[in-house]
Design a protein around this ligand. Sequence first.
Ligand code: ADP
Ligand code: MG
Length: 614
Amino acid sequence: MTDSQQFTFKAETKQLLNILIHSLYKDREVFLRELLSNASDAINRLRFEMLTNANVLDADAELKIHVRADKDSRTVTIQDTGIGMTREEAIDHLGVIAQSGARKFLEAAKEKNVDASGMIGQFGVGFYSVFMVAEWVKVTSRSFHPDAEAVTWYATGDDAYQVSAGEMSERGTKIEIKLKEDAAEFAEEYRIKNIIHKHSDYIGFPIYVGDEKESVNKQTSLWRTSRNEITEDQYKDFYRQTTLDFEEPLSHIHFVTDAPVQLYALLYIPSKAERGVFALRKEDGLKLYSRNILIDDYNKDLLPEYLRFVQGVVDSEDLPLNVSRETVQSSGLMPKLKKVLTGQVIKELESMAKKDAEKYNSFWGEFGAYLKQGIAASPMDTENIQGLLRFKTNLNPETWSSLEEYVGRMKAEQKEIYFIVGEDSKSVLRSPHLDYFHAQGTEVLLLTDPMDSFMLMGLRKYKDFELKNVSQADVKIDEKEKEKAEAEKMPDTDFNTLIEKFKQVLGEQVADVRASSRLSQSVARLVDPDGTMNPEMQRVYKFLGKEYEVPKKILELNPSHAILKNLLKLENADLQTAIVEQIYDSALLVEGLHPDPSSIAPRVQRIIEAALQK
Ligand code: ADP
Ligand code: MG
């Protein structure tokens, strides 16, 4: 009976192999990094298994990785005491591309149509990177299942690989590599040690080389290493290796606490909200380790949702050892961890804002919407987040201002923080609601981001100052302006006639038409009748797509405005009607509420024609 089976690689694997085999790539050494990382993953998975299952092969074997090299035969062997593979697993896992980095690498290679081999080191293409240096590879493995049989997987980088019964009595995986002639350097022990120091120092298990009894690597994971022993580059490397984000992170947060919980954390704030196309981590969440054992690759309970852009690792000695991914959730420890981590991230952002405003502004540009969401969704955190918010204002439309800065610039008599909501800053700056704010030089926050309306649900007050929509604010108009407006006002009887005309033309479209004392430059504005939902909430409903009709508005007219005075005298009744309609439509436009803006064009044309006839 023959137990040997032959399989062919999938098309995309062949493609990858083809690139790797022909690569003259100078950093071929990363193959060792990839194999050691797989060995370390395998040992980690075994440790995880052993938390709940004592029935494993070689339960007492040391958890370690052994690298042996033989210059004469030009071979190098990497053996681990990890979880091992059954025959089925070897076929499933080694026969196809597992690394998402490898797939992305292929896409990039295709797209760029250049010598992509220069990028292999960055991507980390996983197990197959061995074919950069190997003439052939033989993997022998024995699974932790006590009754599993050993298996051998063999490939030369051709289209096919062979699987047969293997000979191995101990648990784990052994990878034998026959090096290509031009890769003989990797059979030198000193070279191997160098590579380990460079790329794999932080692997959490001892790596022995040759017959030496001392492990070559440091063995402490980066997050458990003291800060002053880590260089900036090491921090950045670690980020890149865990995320495959090639943009440098904006900053990292590395800390250890002992109370109220013991934890190590190494967190990163990415520089872009959008994950790169090559990103390794497709989901939100932090890596959670318990005493150095990875128990969850994407834990979403360690930070509030609004900080979900944060990347990194959390490791706690306090998590009970019999944890499973499910019981982590129910252990009372999670809320404590979350509180500490949230506090640290906010502290880091505050300090970034203080020390490097430019960097913080770039953070804000990318992640501001997340924090606004936090205000809406996590009322408990509002107080902490408030200080991190940034706004453009009518007086400072180009720069970002904090609420603290806004309040610092407020006039002595100002008792409220004013804001206006709208579609974009150009149109809100033209809003008639701002007439007096402009005239009096009062600063108003311009809230033009869809998230702003949600944020306002949780942000009603900052320090002692309530936030007030300008359309609903009482403004104090100074005596001089009042007198001037009074003097220019049209007589009451005329104004009433005009109001009747507006009501007759607009009919059901408006709730009412009335005079306003709040307008100076503008002819008209729209306001909500008392008791309707405030304009921010109306927006929230609009965004949520709730069945919801914009409530009818009140049209307020400026009795001192020349246009209205002349409108009354206009003899052409059709033209008068058209202008009334146009005034209403214009008011809808600046509110961002017009349902069909282009419908205005024909009427405007009629008005122009009439103007030219004169
Ligand atoms: P990744 O490590 O991202 O999963 P790789 O291409 O590096 O992708 O490895 C492919 C798969 O092969 C691994 O997911 C694992 O299942 C299996 N494997 C590789 N090396 C080992 C090993 N030393 N022990 C056990 N399984 C391994
Ligand atoms: Mg791997």
